[in-house]
Design a protein around this ligand. Structure first.
Ligand SMILES: Nc1ncnc2c1ncn2[C@@H]1O[C@H](COP(=O)(O)OP(=O)(O)OP(=O)(O)O)[C@@H](O)[C@H]1O
Length: 252
């Protein structure tokens, strides 16, 4: 068994009367690709953000590569943990290249241009796009830049919060595949929040289902497909399965 790169212990977090996390413990093995699924408000984003200390848990601890994240300085944490998210996206006043290079700049690297070009190629964008502004890109291109920005400082861990949420299905599928490929090639550990169980099962090798602040299922995609994980997990698996069956029944 590979060493756990992440160890979450008894995490609880409340926002006023809302208990977003109610006792989550989890080990994530180095090199694994973990998907976090579950209903809206079940605590997925909150859990993810405890890992890079954007959320400080009320109780419990998060250890990353054997160190308590609460004790790690912010810049070191951001260099070692890449973060891609849907809502905030890129810095609008910076060019694509500056966005991709921001982590390298903060780390004091001087020769950033070559690495920026390399990162853009990695996510299948033309390096000439470095001089464009984010507003001049499509949504899918912007998300690619977001992935390049997160990977530029060569993190060990990649956190993704609904990274492909706003994309058309074709772009979403191809970018998902690309991320899966990069995950393997770069030897990353990846934790991805998604609403889409089909996406979770296709990309991840471990799927966690959250409900009301707890992890209620922890299964492989194969396990889920053969009926494991309990009622809530199976309710989520039933959606893409029913769609596939309905498609198969369409008269041709
Ligand atoms: N900053 C905050 N202040 C107050 N309540 C919050 C805050 N962040 C999250 N919550 C609440 O905590 C609960 C869990 O939220 P969280 O964003 O973790 O859920 P989620 O599973 O990621 O949801 P979604 O799928 O809709 O993104 C929700 O009830 C939410 O309203």
């Amino acid at each position: 068994m590979p060493e756990p790169i992440l160890e979450l212990r008894d995490l609880a977090k409340s926002y006023g009367a809302v208990e977003a996390l109610r006792g989550v413990s989890l080990d994530v093995a180095e090199g694994s690709f973990v998907a976090l699924v579950g209903a809206s408000g079940s605590g997925k984003s909150t859990l993810l953000k405890t890992v890079n200390a954007l959320v400080v848990p009320g109780t419990g601890s998060v250890s990353f590569e054997g160190e308590d994240v609460a004790a790690l300085p912010g810049p070191a944490l951001r260099r070692r943990i890449g973060y891609v998210f849907q809502a905030i996206g890129l810095f609008p006043h910076m060019s694509v290249g500056e966005n991709v290079g921001i982590g390298l700049k903060l780390a004091g690297e001087r020769n950033r241009a070559a690495r920026i070009a390399e990162m853009l190629e990695l996510v299948e964008l033309d390096p000439a796009m470095a001089s464009r502004m984010p507003s001049e890109l499509s949504g899918g291109q912007r998300q690619r830049v977001g992935v390049a920005r997160a990977l530029a400082p060569q993190p060990d861990l990649l956190l993704m919060d609904e990274p492909f949420g706003a994309l058309d299905p074709v772009t979403r599928d191809s970018l998902g595949e690309r991320v899966r490929e990069l995950h393997k090639r770069l030897g990353l550990t990846t934790v991805m929040v998604t609403h889409d169980m089909a996406e979770a099962m296709l990309l991840a090798d471990r799927v966690l289902v959250m409900s009301e602040g707890r992890i209620v299922a922890d299964e492989t995609p194969a396990g889920l497909l053969s009926g494991a994980g309990g009622e809530e997990a199976q309710a989520l698996v039933a959606v893409p399965r029913a769609q596939a069956e309905r498609l198969a029944r369409i008269d041709r």
